[in-house]
Design a protein around this ligand. Structure first.
Ligand SMILES: [Zn+2]
Ligand SMILES: [Zn+2]
Length: 153
């Protein structure tokens, strides 16, 4: 998990877009949903959730927006030159962004907590057997929900 107050840098393959991220992460997960497969061309994507205010981007990512599984919108941010995926934002909730773990300068700083959307996982994609697996999304604990701005009246 990304540590509180620590700075993490990352960017795309060609280096046109760079970002700085301040920890901590809200969640770190492996998503096997069909949209992640199509967007990455791989079996799953590894994402790191942070508040939008923790991310500073240098450069202008291209954005592709589609409808999410639960009806809201999902915007994928990527480099228009090299195609490198950077992060995803969405309507649920709008203040959270999900960084593509592989775009970090040190991807090994990430420790996925679980596997989500396992119902759409492909047979050849294998995960750490220690990880908790959810057919759909994982429930967030109270602290994470509060940090994400959920449960607001
Ligand atoms: Zn690039
Ligand atoms: Zn997904």
């Amino acid at each position: 998990m990304l540590k509180e107050g620590q700075i993490y840098e990352g960017g795309c393959l060609c280096g046109d877009i760079r970002y700085r991220l301040t920890g901590p992460s809200l969640f770190e997960t492996q998503c096997c949903c069909r949209d992640c497969q199509l967007a990455t061309g791989t079996g799953h994507t590894t994402i790191v959730g942070v508040d939008r205010s923790q991310l500073k981007v240098d450069g202008e990512p291209k954005i592709y927006t589609s409808e999410g599984d639960s009806g809201g919108w999902v915007s994928r941010h990527f480099c228009g030159k090299c195609g490198g995926r950077l992060y995803t934002s969405g309507s649920m909730p709008g203040n959270v962004v999900m960084i593509q773990a592989g775009s970090l300068d040190n991807p090994s700083a990430v420790t996925p907590q679980n596997v989500i959307y396992a119902k759409e996982a492909v047979s050849w994609d294998h995960f750490d057997p220690e990880l908790e697996v959810f057919e759909l999304y994982a429930p967030f604990d109270d602290a994470t929900r509060a940090a994400m701005g959920l449960d607001k009246d």
